[in-house]
Design a protein around this ligand. Structure first.
Ligand code: GAP
Length: 437
């Protein structure tokens, strides 16, 4: 199967099985926006949960935050977003389509209509979405939807540092929506105008910036491999000096080998003291840290691993998708790490026979306390296994007529398709052992 074909199949599966749908579809969709359906919302929550667990829960040097999306407009002046968060925009004079000037093909031909040298002069286009706060739509009421969650962390630095009694090196982590009026959204959920970020701002003494930058590059790469993405599908690409954002002294992207080629999954930047210095200047507040151990006062430097929840979800989905032949039949399997799988266990009574139903409900009631489960009693058991395989359910529990006598069930594992007979009183520990958090 070619790579574009694999992409089509994943997009198709995502729609067919309730993972990801085009948004506003009954109105014909809306400009590359997507909705996560019943299984997609579980998958993306698991991605975010895995990030939070690794970045906050398992560390004693990171605390969490959930800042507002709408912030004082001065924040965006201080951060440099009003002045510099722009992309160069050109129009094709022939077909009127808009493009990013820095993404045009070297041939100079319009990617849509093929016209040669038909582009207007590039003009800078600010990517922030503007809105108005309150009933009057004038310059004084302009506000912006945040284009990154990071600034909510910077402006809360003194409040979080003092209330959580942390000293650098320590980090503040946040997961939340961000908005960018992208000129060319596309590639499914890869580039959209509304997306979710998982960002850590890690505050360190000024002379420790480089050390922590390297630490976070290694740490973040291993987060993806630990959750099942093979090393050869990932690379760390260090930015050349001319590519760096206005705030960065060094950036490396974690890239994934998407079906259309290498693309950014996550950016890791050494933001130095840029943001805190700017906010101190624009707000007039003291954003320094005083270290009583050394009697020194300084503005911490910041290392920022910034990941996209939607891009990570897409990469896990693409990587997990596989097709294989089993006894002459095609099987689609999402080989998702069990921690990411939307449904952990499917409870499948062999038939709708009324003798099986009470035990099957007893099993599902016991399992749903600890796991996200699905209960499915329609169609042949083989068909039901396939339905679970294609959404990545790691275990299926089948209740059959023997269960009524031996109080045991058959547990089938997704990848090997091996089956174990497990007694009902051992079922929860059996699954807990195999479904780590
Ligand atoms: N605070 C730094 C920052 O926002 P970024 O590289 O612009 O850095 C970080 O964004 C991550 O957010 C990206 O690596 C990507 O995963 C995600 N992201 C950025 N723009 C996106 C978009 N238009 N659609 C989906 N995800 C996006």
């Amino acid at each position: 199967m070619s790579r574009p074909e694999a992409m089509d199949r994943v997009v198709n599966l995502a729609k067919r099985r309730g993972l990801i749908f085009p948004s506003s579809e009954i109105y014909g969709g809306f400009r590359s926006t997507w909705d996560y359906g019943p299984l997609g919302v579980l998958l993306k929550r698991n991605v975010k949960e895995a990030w939070w667990r690794s970045m906050v829960q398992l560390r004693d040097d990171v605390v969490g935050l959930d800042a507002a999306i709408l912030m004082a407009p001065k924040v965006w002046e201080a951060s440099g977003h009003i002045a510099t968060f722009t992309d160069p925009l050109v129009d094709c004079r022939s077909c009127q389509e808009r493009f990013r000037a820095d993404q045009l093909p070297a041939s100079g031909a319009c990617p849509k209509c093929g016209a040669k040298d038909s582009f207007t002069e590039a003009r800078q286009f600010n990517l922030m979405f503007k809105t108005f706060v309150g009933p009057v739509e004038d310059d004084a009421s302009v506000a912006y939807l945040r284009p990154e969650t990071a600034q909510g962390i910077f402006v809360n630095f003194p409040a979080v540092q003092t209330t959580s009694r942390r000293k650098p090196p320590f980090g503040i982590a946040q997961i939340g929506k961000a908005f960018r009026n992208e000129i060319t959204p596309g590639n499914f959920t890869f580039r959209t105008r509304e997306f979710e970020q998982m960002e850590l701002e890690f505050f360190v003494p000024p002379d420790e910036g480089n050390k922590w930058f390297e630490y976070w590059c290694a740490e973040r790469l291993s987060w993806y491999t630990d959750l099942g993405i093979p090393e050869n599908h990932l690379q760390l690409r260090r930015h050349a000096a001319e590519e760096l954002s206005h705030y960065s002294a060094g950036t490396a992207d974690v890239e994934y080998d998407y079906p259309w080629g290498w693309g950014e999954l996550e950016g890791i930047a050494n933001r130095t003291d840029f943001d805190l210095t700017q906010h101190a200047k624009f707000s007039g507040e003291d954003l320094t840290y005083f270290d009583p151990a050394t009697d020194e006062r300084y503005i911490p430097h910041v290392i920022e691993p910034s990941a996209g929840a939607d891009r990570a979800t897409l990469a896990f989905l693409l990587d997990a998708y596989s097709e294989e032949e089993v006894r002459g039949e095609q099987r689609v399997v999402l080989r998702l790490d069990p921690r990411l799988a939307p449904i952990k266990v499917a409870v499948l009574p062999l038939s709708k026979d009324e003798r099986l139903s009470p035990v099957a409900h007893e099993v599902s009631d016991a399992l749903r306390q600890g796991f996200m489960i699905d209960y499915d009693e329609t169609r042949a058991i083989g068909r039901r296994y396939r339905r679970q395989d294609e959404v990545g359910t790691p275990y299926c529990v089948t209740i059959d007529f023997d269960t009524l006598d031996d109080r045991a069930v058959t547990v089938r594992e997704r990848d090997s398709m091996n089956q174990d007979r497990v007694s009902l009183d051992k079922l929860v520990p059996y699954l807990s052992e195999r479904l780590p958090r």
